[in-house]
Design a binder for this molecule. Structure first.
Ligand code: DX5
Ligand code: ZN
Length: 220
């Protein structure tokens, strides 16, 4: 297998120095910037949202991978597209008409993704898999960075990646929550393509070193 791609979760960085964080990530070997949006309802915290994405879009060409943890994606998802998201992922637990949201995301030429909480079965989105560009499996209960990875989700990762190869589907599998150089190899072997990294990047001075450590661990 190839090395894992790494998408640092910028909300785990220094929120008072976002431009500096973006510049550091541009030179870090990161494959995209993961942007977590929390609404204070679906998850307890309220963090940064649409206006931040708009401003970030103006200062960088990096791929913006936006993960919305909000209760009402049906009525709000379009704002994230016009703000400049390249990939937009919403939680299946919150969506009333997920197929409609995905179709509209794809109509704008952006990548469509769905996120599953640890407790949600992948079969819930089986019918949607052919139109998805990315499926994110949460390996923590969403809401906070630096929580412990939940290995109980690994069985689901393996089932989904087997289903993907058996059906010749093309979506990327992303894992979000408690990823580090310690579990990168296991995740890669399970069929994961991209990992989100909060603490595993932003707890360190040198982001490039931290990312290399995850990537090289994933193939050794
Ligand atoms: C969890 C967020 C994650 C988080 C990852 O609610 O979706 O993206 O910031 O942080 P770590 O890697 O520290 O678990
Ligand atoms: Zn996330």
């Amino acid at each position: 297998r190839k090395e894992l791609k790494v998408s640092p979760s910028i909300a785990a960085g220094n929120l008072l120095k976002l431009e500096e964080e973006v510049r550091k990530l541009e030179h870090s070997g990161a494959d995209s910037i993961h942007f977590d949006v929390m609404d204070g309802h679906f998850v307890p915290l309220l963090t940064i949202g649409i206006p931040f994405i708009e401003q970030m879009r103006k200062i960088t060409k990096m791929h913006l991978d936006v993960h919305i943890m909000v209760t009402n994606p049906d009525s709000t998802f379009e704002n994230y597209l016009s703000a400049g998201a390249d990939t937009l992922s919403f939680h299946i637990e919150t969506a009333l008409h997920p197929h409609r949201i995905c179709s509209k995301i794809k109509e704008t030429g952006k990548r469509a993704g769905i996120v599953l909480n640890p407790s949600t079965h992948w079969k819930d989105i089986e019918y949607l898999l052919p139109v998805l560009d990315q499926v994110t499996l949460m390996t923590v209960n969403p809401g906070f960075s630096r929580q412990a990875h939940i290995p109980l989700v690994h069985k689901k990762i393996l089932e989904l990646s087997k289903y993907r190869s058996e059906n010749n589907l093309k979506f990327d599998i992303m894992v979000d929550g408690g990823v580090s150089h310690e579990n990168a190899n296991t995740l890669n072997k399970l069929g994961v393509d991209i990992v989100v990294a909060g603490g595993a990047v932003f707890n360190f001075e040198n982001y490039k070193e931290a990312i290399v450590k995850i990537k090289s661990a994933s193939i050794t």
